[in-house]
Design a protein around this ligand. Structure first.
Ligand code: ZN
Length: 418
């Protein structure tokens, strides 16, 4: 029996002719195919920004009733994916560090530059000197590049202010940009480095973070992140800050074990952090602890590229049962890219991920790393309608056809953003 008009779904957005619509559903069942839950010759409808229907192209007329001013997009048989969720960016900063990049190519190390008061601290100086308006302008330009390359949600960290006023300035910039597109999740990372004025009294800076910055920043940020690393914050300092953050209601993230065995991975597991990011130096015991604590492990291969370090072994993480995300770590020092396609292009050959694993980590995995996976990260009825239409019919071209932008159209919240 044909459904009557009354049973048809009202929609204000309709995508038709998706040659391969990769849903990235958690447990794909027929007619969805393969690990990405691909629907062939699919269509999708949304209302008020949420997906209301996904089905076969030849069922659209029976299933969907478009409102008068509905937006329609014809995918022309192309690949359609959920928008990328870039769960780790340092979006707000001033200046750049191209000079240091080239110095490192001639032999200087990231840790040496940081010890000389350069590295992150170069960007801290520039960011403190910048006005909120200038920071907002440059962050907005980066957001536009992220969107153009397929990201529909970004996490954005503070962490180049390193005092109360400048951390709040950066978090207020993030708040002003929050509705996007792309939409933003906000993280206070006042514990990114010890600022130069506290080098002789690290404990005083940890107190400042705990007693002043974290309480004041709470209305502006969902997450607290700490750089747990030799040269930044040791495991005991990181614990003090993260426990205080947890008491204030922040969700927790860690930059852990990027440059060595910092103890950050163990701490992330112990404190049930939402994610632990980098993890270039981890043991079997770390992997087991992160898995049993349900911590999402975030792969940031852009750093290995920029710093010419060994790539993190994503294959081993997956084989150990870890839930993984893949993100850019967009920042001016160790990974200056807005392009999720680039990090996917690194993760497949150098971190040992399959195309499907990399795309899952860049969508659903990123959403899990932000605890937003009930809302975004896959194309399923009830979720936000965030998707990308590609200049290819086959997801296997991603990570293989590299150095160009294969994203053609971007939809955020059921509205064509690009
Ligand atoms: Zn980072």
């Amino acid at each position: 029996m044909k459904p009557t008009h009354k049973t048809m779904l009202e929609a204000d957005f309709l995508l038709t002719n998706a040659g391969r619509l990769a849903t990235v559903a958690e447990h794909p069942a027929p007619p969805l195919e393969g690990p990405l839950g691909v629907l062939r010759n699919g269509a999708l409808a949304a209302r008020n920004g949420r997906i209301v229907w996904i089905g076969a192209q030849d069922e659209v007329a029976q299933a969907v009733n478009l409102v008068a001013d509905a937006q329609r997009l014809d995918a022309a048989n192309a690949l359609v994916l959920p928008g990328f969720v870039d769960s780790h960016t340092h979006l707000v900063f001033a200046g750049h560090r191209a000079g240091e990049f080239h110095e490192r190519l001639r032999g200087a190390t990231y840790a040496e530059l940081l010890a000389q008061g350069r590295g992150i601290l170069t960007t801290v100086g520039a960011t403190r000197a910048a006005s909120a308006a200038d920071l907002e302008t440059s962050a907005r330009q980066r957001m536009a590049r992220c969107l153009a390359h397929g990201a529909t949600t970004l996490e954005a960290k503070s962490g180049y202010g390193l005092n109360l006023a400048d951390e709040l300035k950066c978090l207020q910039v993030i708040a002003a940009l929050r509705d996007g597109p792309p939409r933003l999740a906000s993280t206070c990372m006042a514990a990114h480095a010890i600022p130069p004025e506290y080098r002789a009294d690290r404990a005083a800076y940890v107190r400042l973070v705990c007693d002043e910055i974290l309480p004041a920043a709470r209305p502006l940020a969902d997450f607290c992140d700490v750089f747990c690393e030799s040269g930044a914050f040791d495991a005991a300092e990181s614990r003090t800050i993260l426990e205080r953050a947890r008491d204030l209601g922040y969700k927790l993230k860690l930059h852990a074990n990027q440059l060595g065995h910092s103890g950050g991975a163990t701490l992330a597991a112990e404190l049930n952090a939402v994610s632990a990011d980098h993890l270039d130096f981890i043991t079997d015991a770390d992997r087991a602890a992160l898995r049993s604590a349900g911590v999402v492990a975030t792969l940031l291969p852009g750093c290995a590229y920029t710093l010419r370090h060994a790539y993190p072994d994503g294959r081993r993480w997956l084989d150990a049962g870890l839930n993984i995300a893949l993100a850019t770590d967009l920042n001016p020092g160790s990974s200056y890219t807005e392009n999720m396609q680039f990090v996917i292009g690194l993760a497949i050959p150098f971190c040992g991920l399959t195309v499907a694993e990399a795309l899952r980590a860049a969508t659903r995995g990123g959403a899990q790393a932000l605890q937003l996976d009930t809302e975004i990260g896959s194309l399923e009825v009830g979720k936000r309608c965030d998707l990308t239409i590609w200049d290819t019919t086959d997801e296997h071209e991603i990570g293989y056809h590299v150095g160009v932008n294969l994203v053609k159209r971007v939809v955020v919240d059921g509205a064509v953003a690009l």
